[in-house]
Write a protein that binds this ligand. Structure first.
Ligand code: ADP
Length: 218
């Protein structure tokens, strides 16, 4: 176990980032900071930020850089993340966010940025069968027979398709990924911080590749 890992996991929607980040956060005992989960929690709580973000999320858009930078800046300064490190999932999503993050973390720089690589054709298939617990956020894959109602094994909550997993919204998010987020690969590669990990295959194998990439960067 390596204490204090500060990592960014990049990758397309549906690349399996969320599930792998949860495993990595348990493995390295660091908080998993998912900006999508933070926004969905705010939306459920009905806060002003949450209600604004929900409209954008359901349409497959991106929440403004300033809002996101404020949110993450505050989160990484909390004592758990400040002392142990963190795994950032869903942030940064634009070059402006990456530049702000570099300023925020100037005194405690990141160890590695990992791109979990899964091509667009494959993620489209995966997202259509993705189901998520509304309460705890655990991800599931729907098979040919979908239980109804579907109860979460972890917390007993309701498992359903995400409101933003409609074909239109997914396509919009994937387009935004290509234009706004994929430039981060070149950005971090130039800084010598990037490792690309093949995200295709059994989740256990992908997890092993991710851990190897983290170890190699430390
Ligand atoms: P996915 O990767 O499946 O699109 P996430 O759970 O990471 O989903 O994010 C859901 C939504 O939350 C995004 O589509 C976007 O609207 C918003 N969001 C999350 N993180 C960011 C971010 N860093 N910048 C802008 N919007 C964000």
């Amino acid at each position: 176990m390596i204490p204090g890992a500060r990592l960014i996991i990049l990758g397309r929607q549906g690349a399996g980032k969320g599930t792998q980040c949860v495993r990595l956060s348990r493995h390295y005992v660091v908080p998993h900071i998912s900006t999508g989960d933070m926004l969905r929690t705010s939306a459920r709580e009905g806060t002003e930020l949450g209600l604004m973000a929900k409209q954008i999320m359901d349409a497959g858009g991106l929440v403004g850089d300033e809002v996101m930078i404020g949110l993450v800046g505050e989160r990484v300064r909390k004592p758990d993340a400040d002392t142990r490190g963190y795994i950032l999932d869903g942030f940064p999503r634009t070059v402006a966010q990456a530049e702000a993050l570099a300023r925020i973390t100037a005194d405690k720089p990141l160890h590695a940025v990992i791109d979990l690589d899964v091509p667009r054709e494959i993620v489209l298939e995966r997202i259509s069968s993705r189901r998520v617990c509304r309460d705890c956020g655990t991800n599931y894959t729907a098979g040919p027979v979908v239980p109804s109602p579907w109860i979460c094994d972890v917390c007993g909550g309701d498992v359903a398709q995400r409101a933003d997993d409609t074909p239109d919204s997914v396509n919009r998010r994937l387009d935004l990924y290509e234009t706004q987020t994929s430039p981060l690969i070149a950005h971090y590669s130039k800084l010598g911080m990037l490792a690309v990990v093949n995200g295709i295959g059994h989740p256990d194998h992908v997890f092993k590749r991710l851990c190897d990439a983290v170890e190699a960067r430390r």
